[in-house]
Design a protein around this ligand. Structure first.
Ligand code: SF4
Length: 225
């Protein structure tokens, strides 16, 4: 019997638009709660876990727009929902909010034992508790308002590092992180913030100079979630 529960803001099927798995049909599980407080965050509605916003699971499954509403799901609830919706994707993306505030190992195990691949997207400010096979995307958030440091353990666990970029300072922050935590071989993606011209030009130039990769949030260009 699996008893672990998760606070979920959204659960939907789409195409992964970022990083190594770009183009991969995926089921996104968006967890509620994040204390990191990035100024450019495009999911600010996931920050607070307000009891006033707690709803029944059915409300989450039928969401038509972004809201701060969340519901508690058991793993059985999640598996049942995916079956009911007849989702076809075999890749699970656990995102947030900041999903690593909770132990994700039981969730990953439940999916992997049923033939799914799993991926978690984290800011690197919490210990990453996932299965060995889970693909870990660390999008390190340095000097954010929440005041949480990026952890060396998270940087070392990363299968890919996806860094949001708008200014030269963001590049310097990343270079320092890689140096301080001796990260050498992990693939690095630069992701221009908000598709702005300066950010995109800077990211392209820096990727070429460092042999890094560009991640352009494909889902935003083609207008899907
Ligand atoms: S870590 Fe992610 S969810 Fe949290 S504030 Fe930053 S961008 Fe938003």
């Amino acid at each position: 019997m699996i008893t672990q529960e998760y606070k979920i803001n959204e659960l939907f099927e789409t195409i992964q638009g970022e990083g190594t798995f770009t183009g991969q049909p995926s089921i996104f599980i968006r967890l509620q709660g994040c204390p990191v407080a990035c100024s450019w965050c495009d999911t600010k509605h996931t920050w607070e876990i307000s009891l006033d916003e707690q709803v029944k699971t059915l409300v989450i499954t039928d969401k038509k727009q972004e809201t701060a509403q969340w519901a508690t799901f058991t793993i059985e609830n999640i598996l049942t929902l995916i079956k009911t919706k007849a989702y076809q994707a075999k890749h699970i993306v656990i995102t947030g909010g900041e999903p690593c505030m909770v132990d994700l190992t039981p969730l990953c195990l439940a999916f992997e034992s049923r033939g799914y691949s799993t991926q978690v997207e984290t800011s690197g400010t919490f210990e990453v508790n996932v299965t060995e096979n889970c693909w870990v995307t660390v999008s390190p958030k340095v000097n954010m308002r929440g005041g949480l440091p990026v952890l060396g353990s998270a940087m070392k666990r990363a299968n890919e590092i996806k860094h949001p970029v708008a200014t030269e300072q963001h590049i310097d922050d990343l270079q320092n992180l890689l140096k301080n935590h001796c990260i050498i071989d992990t693939p690095v993606y630069l992701q221009p913030i908000s598709q702005k011209n300066h950010a995109t030009t800077l990211a392209i130039k820096t990727c070429i100079a460092n042999n890094w990769r560009l991640s352009v949030q494909v889902h935003k260009y083609i207008g899907i979630e």
